[in-house]
Design a binder for this molecule. Structure first.
Ligand SMILES: [Zn+2]
Length: 287
């Protein structure tokens, strides 16, 4: 059963703290008609079949033929309404990255924020290095507004890739964020991810970095983030969390190999800050 395989690959990456931390990352399986995607608020480490939301793919696709409001907030709300209306069961909310999962034609999609990958995506010369390691065809997107803006951009580069290469892209790097890997079997996903992680690891002197990591950990999160900024949305959302702090420190040290680390742009951090405040308000007001 494919849903069992989806649970298997989700738990497989979920227990690996170099790949998934806290509630980060999401996974999906699709057939022609339905997409099963991780519900928000669940974690890959412990997710079971019940933790996935069944989405109607024909309804999801309608997002692309609609004209939404020009206003950012209004448009995101309209898209969210359509996203929620595409659910087959209404008990849970699908991950905010659901539309991105649907855009990949492959059966399985695994989206994670691995430390090694983010040593590249949060580095000044990350894109150049990624192309050196994985070829010039590699898909790489700069930091973008989450939601519709990001989804539209992903839709366009995937379509463009297919037109130029006559095949579907199976990997996408997102700057200051993470990676999407897509394949028709979970074994192919593992091979794809292993190859990527090994190639990046091959560039990094992990044991030689230990002292520097210890030193940076000793200065504490506040001083560290003041000096280096925030690397990815998760590092903001889970700020103060020990695991995410250690992850930030490793990214800063490993990224030296790739031209030095680079924080998320200020406008994106600000956006996530407001977005989080909004979510909090909605939660306390019970709306
Ligand atoms: Zn993500």
């Amino acid at each position: 059963m494919s849903l069992e395989q989806l649970v298997e690959i989700s738990n497989y990456y979920g227990i690996d703290e170099e790949i998934v931390l806290m509630g980060g990352g999401n996974t999906s399986y699709k057939d022609n008609d339905f997409l099963y995607v991780k519900a928000s608020g669940t974690t890959l480490k412990t997710i079971t079949a019940e933790g996935f939301v069944k989405m109607n793919r024909a309804k999801l696709t309608k997002v692309w033929s609609k004209t939404y409001s020009e206003d950012f907030d209004m448009r995101e709300e309209e898209v969210l309404t359509d996203l929620l209306a595409a659910r087959e069961t209404t008990a849970m909310r699908p991950s905010v990255e659901t539309i991105l999962h649907d855009l990949f034609p492959q059966k399985f999609v695994v989206h994670t924020h691995p430390t090694l990958v983010n040593a590249l995506t949060c580095a000044k010369n990350g894109e150049t290095w990624a192309k050196k390691l994985f070829g010039n065809d590699l898909l790489w997107l700069p930091p973008l507004m989450p939601g519709y803006v990001l989804a539209k951009e992903v839709k366009d580069i995937l379509a463009n890739y297919k037109e130029n290469h006559l095949k579907d892209a199976n990997v996408l790097f997102l700057e200051n964020h993470g990676i999407f890997a897509a394949a028709d079997s979970i074994d192919e996903i593992k091979t794809l991810m292993n190859n990527i992680l090994e190639k990046i690891a091959g560039q990094i002197d992990k044991s030689g970095s230990e002292n520097e990591i210890k030193l940076l950990l000793s200065i504490g999160w506040d001083k560290f983030s003041e000096k280096y900024g925030i690397f990815t949305p998760d590092h903001y959302v889970y700020r103060g969390n020990e695991l995410l702090f250690a992850d930030s420190v490793k990214i800063a040290v490993y990224a030296k190999k790739f031209g030095g680390c680079r924080a998320m742009p200020g406008w994106l951090t600000k956006f996530i800050e407001n977005w989080e405040a909004e979510k909090y308000r909605t939660a306390v007001s019970g709306k």
